[in-house]
Design a binder for this molecule. Structure first.
Ligand SMILES: CC(C)(COP(=O)(O)OP(=O)(O)OC[C@H]1O[C@@H](n2cnc3c(N)ncnc32)[C@H](O)[C@@H]1OP(=O)(O)O)[C@@H](O)C(=O)NCCC(=O)NCCS
Length: 168
């Protein structure tokens, strides 16, 4: 699977938007309806066009359908700290190792760009995800308020658990 992961190019924008917005309906349970879409063409295009060697979308090609993606992740490195987010796998390709391969590729990208540690947030109520990350060596080190309270349904409390993994 890892061999099908590569840095995104301009022609991937629509597929990254499709895959990410489909996957992030997983967070719809705590968001106001107008914020159910996680991303848009402008944002994804901006990252790709900037062509910053320290910030990339990595994508996983669908081996059976040219031009289609099975998943994507946004990865970046700031000094010695790597970050990833928007990890997304299209519904029909779940539980086949695509997500794990994207994370493995994000870790390799960060290490290759000088990061010694990777940090990323997980919504506190995503009980499906927390064991998945822990199994991959991520440990919680902080618990912070959700970054965009304005998009959260009234009366719902959301926190972000910060996870970290040493890269070695
Ligand atoms: C979270 C998410 C990225 C996981 O992607 P995925 O491709 O389904 O994940 P994987 O297939 O790598 O792993 C899921 C499980 O599938 C099973 N699996 C992994 N590889 C497999 C394979 N080759 N064959 C069969 N089953 C496999 C394993 O049980 C695995 O769990 P494990 O890694 O703990 O052993 C995906 O569910 C998703 O897009 N969710 C919505 C968006 C989201 O929540 N993103 C994360 C925000 S922080």
């Amino acid at each position: 699977m890892a061999s099908q992961i590569r840095e995104a190019k301009a022609s991937d924008v629509d597929e990254i938007v499709r895959v990410t917005n489909e996957a992030f309906l997983a967070d719809a349970y705590f968001k106001k309806e107008e914020f159910h879409l996680r991303t848009n063409v402008g944002f994804v295009e901006g990252v790709i066009e900037k062509n910053d060697e320290h910030e990339k979308f990595l994508v996983c090609d669908d081996p059976n359908e040219g031009g289609k993606l099975l998943g994507s992740v946004l990865v970046s490195v700031h000094k010695s700290i790597g970050h990833f987010g928007m990890v997304s796998v299209t519904n029909s390709a779940r539980n086949r190792g695509v997500g794990g391969s994207l994370i493995f590729a994000a870790e390799a990208f960060c290490q290759g760009h000088g990061a010694t540690v990777l940090e990323m947030p997980v919504i506190h109520s995503r009980e499906d995800l927390i064991p998945w990350y822990k199994k991959k060596g991520y440990e919680q080190f902080d618990d912070v308020p959700f970054e965009a309270p304005e998009i959260v349904l009234d009366g719902v409390q959301v926190r972000m658990l910060m996870f970290r993994k040493k890269l070695e």
